[in-house]
Design a protein around this ligand. Sequence first.
Ligand code: ZN
Ligand code: ZN
Length: 544
Amino acid sequence: MEWADELAARVTGPQVVNDSKTPSGTVHVGSLRGPVILDVITRALRASGHETTLLYGVDDLDPMDAQALLTPDAIEREMGRPLAHIPDQVGDGHESYARHHASVFIDTFAGLGIRPDRYYWMSEHYAAGDMDPYIRIALDRADVVRAVYQRVANVRHPDTWHPISVICPTCGRVGTTIVTQWDGERVFFECRPDLVTWAKGCGSSGWVSPYGGAAKLPWNLEWAAQWSLFGVTIEPCGKDLATAGGSRDRSDAIAREVFEREPPINVPYEFLNIGGRKMSTSKGRGTPAHLIAEVVPPEQLRLLFLRPRPNQAIEFDPDGTDAIPRLFDEFDRLGDAIAGRDVKGELPAGFANVFRYSLLDPSADHEVEAARFRFAFSHLATLIQIPGVDVAASAAEEKGDALDESEAANLEARITAAQRWLEHFAPDDAKLAVQPTLPAEAASLDAADRAFLAALSERAAALAPGPDGLAGPAVAADGEAWQAAIFETATQGGLKAGRAFRALYLAFLGRPNGPRAGWLLAKLEPDFVRARLREAAADARLPA
Ligand SMILES: [Zn+2]
Ligand SMILES: [Zn+2]
C-alpha cells in the first residue's frame, strides 16, 4: 500500500481525483478495481493533509456499439445512438439505458465505502454547453489533433477529418457521423451508411452547430477535455488504455498540445482475471459487480483489490471454489498479525496498511479493529448448515467471552455472506444440507452398514451431552468422542472406517461424502441423531 502514500507524498496543493466509465452494459466485478484504487488514493491524500475532491463520471454520450447488449427488436433502431438516448431495456424506471447500467454499478460504491464528492454525466455537461469551449478549440486545432494521432498512434486521418461526432439530427446516431468541414461556427456532417460495421447511418448531411449537446468529442479528446473542465490532477486507468500509443498516450498528448494543460498523474492498474480470462463488460462475461457486492462484505471485497499492487493482475474465480472463503481467511490473518497473534505463512509487504485501507471506515483505528474477534468463515459456513446450532453461542464460546456490539454485527454480516456464498458460489462439497427426513440414497445401505448404524445408535445414548439436551461447553470433545465412537463401532462390527462414514453421510446428507462426521453428529440434536440412526438401520426398503 506504500504506493498510495508515496503518491500522496509527491504531490502539492489541492488535488482532484477522477475516473469515468462508459455504461455500455452490466459491469463486472473487475471494474470495481478502479473505484477502490480511486478511494484509496483519496484517503491517502486526505490523510496527508491535501484538500482533495473525488469525482466519478459517466461517459453516457458514447455510442452503443455492441449488438449483444440489446434486445433483438432494438438492434436496428438503437445501434450507434448515444447510450443516454437509448430507453432502459430493463424497464425498471431509469430514464435511459445508460442511467440503468451506470446506476446499478455506482449504487455498489457507497456500500464499499467509496463516496465521490460528485458524480457527473457527460450528456448533461454537453447539453449545458460546458464542453463548447473545448469543442471550439478542438475544431480550430484539427490539424494539431490529426498530427497527434499520426505521431502517437500511427493513425492517419484524411486532411478533411475533424475531431467531432455530430448526433445525426435525422436518425439520432452518433457513431455513424463524420465531419469534413468547420466554418468557425458550424460543421458539415455526413451520416454514412458504411462508416462503421456495427451501425448503419441514414445518409443525411448538412451544416449544424456542434454546441449545446448537438455533437460530442471523440473519446481521446473528451477525456483530455474532462481533465481541463474539472481540473483533474490524478487519474488512474486500466492497463488496456495505458499501452504505448494507446488511449492514455493520445489523451496526454492532446491535453498538452491541444488544450495546453499538463495531464493528470496516471496510476495504471492491471485487470482482474477470472480463471485466467480478462473480464470484459462488452463480452458480458464474469460475475456482475453488484452480485459480488451482495455476497462478499465490503472489507473483504476491498481487500481483494488492495492486496496486490495496482500493476499486478488479480486472479479471482469465485464460482464453485473457495476463493471467497480465502478472502475472509486472508483478512483475518492480516488482522491477527496486527493484533500480535501467531499467523501462518508469509505476510505481504505493508500488510498493516493493506488491512487499514480495506476497512470501510477511513477513520477507524485499525489496531482496535484488528484485535476484534472474527469467526472463521469456512467454519461458520459449516455451522449454519447444521440444524439446531446456536451460532452466536458457538462464537462466544470460541472467543471465550461475550461478543461486543461490533463483533456481533460482524458475525451477522458473515452469516449472511456465508448463506449467500452457499447459495451462489460454494462448491458442492461445502454444502452439508442435513436432510430433514431419511434420504432416498440411504436405500443403498447394505446389511453390514445397517448393523453398524444400529450399534452406533445404541452407543449414542451414552454420548448424549446431558439431560437438558444442550451441547455443553466441550463441543470439540463431543465431536472427538463421536469420532472415536464411530471408529470403535465400525471396528467391532468389522466394517472399514471409510464405509462407516459413507453410511453416516448417506443417512444424514443423502450423499456418500461430507465433512468430519463425528463433529457433524455432535452438533445435531441428540434425539434427532438417535432417531435417524435407528430409522436408517431399519430401512424397510431394504431386503432383510
Ligand atoms: Zn433500469
Ligand atoms: Zn443519420
